[in-house]
Design a protein around this ligand. Structure first.
Ligand code: ZN
Ligand code: ZN
Length: 169
């Protein structure tokens, strides 16, 4: 997700550029690529380039109830500043931003969005996901996925505290 921003860095403060994103990146470092689509606006500020992104992708999650894998659409929105490492006019190195985790634009004036996109996707992945709202989960006794039908375990799961009441009936 490289964008050459040498022209934008030369433009006056307040200049903008729009980019369409349609790329595949490896998010978790597992060799699986994810299609990322959406748009980004780049704004030249007095010290950096402010990137605003509106992206969507799909991730594979594991249902916390039935443990099946399913695809989950994910929308990510973020705003991040990218700091130049070289002065575009003089070519001299710029002092690095105080925050060492800040994103930078390399010496070739390439702004690479990959790492930011990766971080925001990882941040937005839900911790506890369900494959569907009413997922029936697994049978605690035999482990069968109850979304696929009932298991043959006896259905006697009455709480013993109710049994007296049941006898009264
Ligand atoms: Zn499930
Ligand atoms: Zn069962």
């Amino acid at each position: 997700m490289d964008m050459n921003v040498s022209q934008l860095l030369r433009d006056p403060i307040g200049s903008t550029r729009e980019f369409q994103i349609d790329e595949e990146i490896d998010i978790a470092g597992d060799g699986k690529s994810h299609k990322i689509q959406g748009d980004c606006t780049l704004l030249r500020t007095n010290r950096s380039i402010l990137v605003k992104c509106n992206l969507k992708t799909e991730v594979e999650l594991m249902c916390s109830r039935c443990l099946c894998k399913f695809r989950h659409p994910l929308k990510i929105k973020f705003e991040e500043e990218f700091f130049p490492t070289l002065d575009i006019v003089s070519g001299t190195p710029m002092s690095s931003p105080e925050d060492s985790s800040a994103f930078t634009i390399d010496e070739q004036h390439t702004l690479d969005l990959t790492e930011a996109v990766r971080q925001y996707i990882l941040m937005n992945i839900p911790m506890k996901a369900l494959c569907k709202k009413d997922c029936s989960g697994l049978c605690p006794t035999c482990g069968k996925n109850l979304n696929e039908g009932k298991c043959s375990c006896p259905e006697d799961d009455t709480d013993p505290r109710w049994s007296k009441l049941a006898k009264l009936k």
